[in-house]
Design a binder for this molecule. Structure first.
Ligand SMILES: [Zn+2]
Ligand SMILES: [Zn+2]
Length: 180
């Protein structure tokens, strides 16, 4: 009957890497124990420690994440591409706190539209610094606490599609000797 709820943030960031045991009841009131694993960076939960470890390694909230998309770009677009440290990309973005507004008499906050404008201003140089890696741009936005939809002119989905197109083209060129 009892089910341990999500651990507190403090606990998740602790040394046990967010592993807790949750008891789940079925209709016959038998208790089944399952392990739950939480990502230390974004709080995403899962039932497999292997999947969660791999997620954490690449999680966009992890300041030392390993970027798989950068590797794809290196293979398909530019073998000399050297990824920029994420902290440098985060530092290019505006301070979200400056655009935070509160509804009167509540603790509910929202962002001023000025944040979108400030992001739009730095987006081209941010993209260039990130070597046009959409995963690095997204990670920088999230780590700067800027909601991704506020970054007008940035579509993770469209930019990934363009990388996949380049990968397919590079592969075709390898297989068929290019387009000469
Ligand atoms: Zn995560
Ligand atoms: Zn990247």
């Amino acid at each position: 009957m009892q089910r341990n709820d999500r651990p507190s943030h403090h606990r998740r960031a602790g040394s046990n890497r967010g592993r807790v045991v949750a008891a789940v009841c079925d209709s016959a009131m038998k208790v089944k124990k399952v392990n739950r694993y939480w990502c230390d960076f974004c709080g995403k939960a899962g039932l497999s420690s292997g999947h969660m470890k791999s997620h954490e390694k690449h999680c966009t909230m992890n300041p030392n994440r390993e970027c798989r998309v950068c590797k794809m770009i290196k293979d398909a677009r530019n073998a000399y591409f050297v990824p920029v440290p994420l902290s440098r990309l985060v530092a290019m973005l505006p301070n979200h706190e400056e655009f935070k507004r509160c509804h009167d008499d509540t603790t509910m906050s929202y962002y001023d539209g000025g944040l979108s404008e400030a992001v739009a201003k730095v987006l081209p140089s941010l993209k260039a610094a990130a070597g046009d890696c959409p995963a690095c741009v997204m990670a920088a936005l999230r780590q700067a606490h800027i909601p991704v939809p506020m970054a007008e002119g940035f579509s993770f989905k469209d930019e990934m599609a363009s990388i996949w197109a380049d990968i397919n083209q590079a592969q075709m060129a390898r297989e068929y000797g290019g387009y000469r």
